[in-house]
Design a protein around this ligand. Sequence first.
Ligand code: ADP
Ligand code: ZN
Length: 518
Amino acid sequence: MTKIIQNEYLFPTLKKYFGYDKFRPQQEEIITNVLEGNDTLVIMPTGGGKSICYQLPALLLDGITLVISPLIALMKDQVDGLNANGIEADYFNSSQDQLQQQEIIDKVVHKKLKLLYVAPESLASLNDILKEKYISCVAIDEAHCISSWGHDFRPSYQQLGFLKRSLPEIPIIALTATADKATRQDILNQLNVSHAKQYLSSFDRKNIHLEVRPAENRVTQILDFVGKRTDESGIIYCLSRKGTETIAAKLKAKGIKATAYHAGLSFDERSQVQEDFIFDKTKVVCATVAFGMGIDKSNVRYVIHYNMPKNIEGYYQEIGRAGRDGLTSNALLFHTYADVIQLRRFTEGATNEDLQNAKLDRMKEFAEATDCRRKILLGYFGEYLEENCGNCDVCENPPRFFDGTIFAQKLLSCIARLKNSEPSGIVIDVLRGAQNASILAKNYQQIKTYGAGKETTWRDWQHYLTQLINQGYCEIAFHKQNALQLTEVAKKVLFEKNKVLLTKPTNIKDQTKKSGKT
Ligand code: ADP
Ligand code: ZN
């Protein structure tokens, strides 16, 4: 019954408070699910329209919606924006004094608020109002922060599991832009809402052309690329401050309006760079990853990665800053093993070193792909693209394939016989009949595929395996010591004799050079 009444109000509320006539894909279903009192997980790319998914229900529910958000710096802006739309909202965090905080608690008690933004570490101070009589919904923004599998783990998010325990009747809606499968499951488990309905929006940004080039002479390549587009705005991401400054200087020397941006600049200097970029006074910003958060510029025409990002989440987020206006844009990544090695060095000794390395491996696989890059990118986020995209360098310049079914069958059946529980190194060792201690200790020489791939080199197996992962026949379970696991489609190869096309291992550099088109 409540559902029908609430649905009637959805469109008028959307129009009245947000000024929109239509919902974006999934928004209406998500909002309805929340209004029905169900726990919900929303995975939607940045700019997709996540906020309305909890802001609109907040307006239709009795009590307040508590919004957990990690970014204290952005809370005020968000609340100001809501207030400007006539929505009663406020925030609660450690930047406020006790008096201000008490005023907000009073507002909650007297039902004067619809939304309250709160930093996770401030939740403890809200104990008195964390009651079902005050709260109708809890929204958890940037929900990937709860998971150490994610790329932006925040310890303060880890206590949020108590919310479902102390407010069992209150629906939780968790939202994030970036979550691979493992992270997604981890979010749900930690929030104690494993039954939550998941809404996965398309991550496809069709207008962004994807390209990877070998990094030889990359500065020259960049000068050439940017030189052909002096009227267009672009971002060049570098790993180091020095890199940003070197490239900016070289571009400037060519008469291009370029600036460096990195954490070594003062707050004012950084604000100035951002402003100049937004108002087109600067055309190119050479930046470390710090640049771009919260910048809403629709006509960024290209994003270049001078260095390889440390994972696909980061890469996707960064290239996503191009082409927000929907017009043709370019993402150009330079690939070299030197970067991979340096990135590995950064992860050394980190608490989640294995995880970070596994993610780096996926990034590397993307860079070395012989299949449609968009398929790989979307596959990473659990999205399956049926056809090749036609808008990436591999699609435009495909490598030559041979019938690799036998190799695929050997690899996949070996993974199956190892019960989806071993990482790629062991799988290849078993195939090659290796005699090392870890193989013998587990008695893997008894396995039927042991030694079935002796005649093929380690490097070649690695190459084939990368392609099988990229083609979706198997995947790496980051949360299980990077074990290789078969996917559903693997059965088609193992039991229905489906053909698998692979490319011969070649010198990667030579292979991508041919596709050096912009
Ligand atoms: P996210 O949090 O997913 O990054 P936002 O919630 O900030 O995205 O929304 C991105 C932009 O899209 C905002 O300017 C928002 O007002 C707009 N938007 C959201 N929903 C709609 C809609 N149904 N129609 C038009 N614009 C919308
Ligand atoms: Zn493609």
